[in-house]
Design a protein around this ligand. Structure first.
Ligand code: PXP
Length: 248
């Protein structure tokens, strides 16, 4: 069997390694090392690595970003809040991509998408500065037409749809949310924006999302790191890759 090169795959898998750092930071020791996890994930079929440097550094640290930038054989997608501090770090390391996410100190995880409509003026500065540095900017938004239209006005090349609602729903409500994701992906492509998706995806819920033909990338972290406890990270990434490929 000939393996297709990563860049030819219609649907890329970005593995988010934040929660390897969460486990490390729980004890303040040097292990487990998120960079080692990233290298293993890349070997197992990840097309890219995603890491969120939060303002409070609860998982990924500045040193992790420096090491990922230096050592990764695949593109790095830096998730960041739209702040001057994060912009400075992105411009210093120049990751392949930067995904702008909303961030609240008191949240456990990124609970919803950006308000790209209401925050247009604030976001415009960050989209422009990152774009000028040739960093591929993505906006993490809910799969809503108004948000996509705002991303178009901002000139962002990529939107990532928050799949958290889809992941938490079931039955007809989940089917309705899946349709919202599919419609949003179609609208994005029609307007020349590349659609990605992520948050809360697991072996059990990834296939219908991966089957949305316009999506070009899924970013998946928490489930894969949890599954790695039972099967190892390589096996969990490989299985996710297989499920995504089976949907296409
Ligand atoms: N995409 C974005 C923009 C995220 O912020 C996150 C993590 O919060 C993910 C994808 C991955 O989500 P999860 O860890 O639930 O798979």
């Amino acid at each position: 069997m000939t393996l297709r090169p990563a860049q030819d795959r219609a649907l890329r898998l970005g593995v988010n390694i934040d929660h390897v750092a969460t486990v490390r930071n729980a004890r303040g020791a040097g292990y487990p090392d998120p960079v080692r996890a990233a290298l293993l994930a890349a070997e197992a079929g990840a097309d890219g690595i995603t890491a969120h440097l939060r303002e409070d550094r609860r998982h990924i640290t500045d040193e992790d970003i420096a090491r990922l930038s230096a050592e990764l054989p695949v593109p790095l997608n830096l998730e960041m809040a739209a702040t001057e501090e994060m912009l400075g770090i992105a411009l210093r390391h120049r990751p392949h991509a930067a995904c702008i996410v909303p961030e609240r100190r008191e949240e456990r995880t990124t609970e919803g998408g950006l308000d790209a409509v209401g925050q247009h003026n604030h976001l415009a500065y960050f989209v422009d500065r990152l774009g000028a540095a040739r960093i591929r900017v993505s906006l993490f938004v809910e799969p809503e037409p108004e948000q996509i239209e705002a991303a178009i006005r901002l000139g962002a090349p990529v939107v990532e749809f928050h799949t958290g609602r889809y992941a938490h729903l079931a039955g007809e409500e989940q089917a309705a949310e899946l349709k919202r994701l599919a419609d949003a992906a179609a609208l994005a492509v029609k307007n020349g924006i590349e659609p990605h998706a992520g948050h809360g995806l697991t072996f059990d819920n990834v296939v219908p999302v991966a089957a949305i033909p316009q999506l070009r990338e899924l970013n998946i972290g928490h489930f894969l790191v949890g599954e790695a406890i039972f099967t190892g990270l390589e096996a969990s990434v490989r299985r996710m890759r297989e499920l995504m490929d089976s949907a296409r």
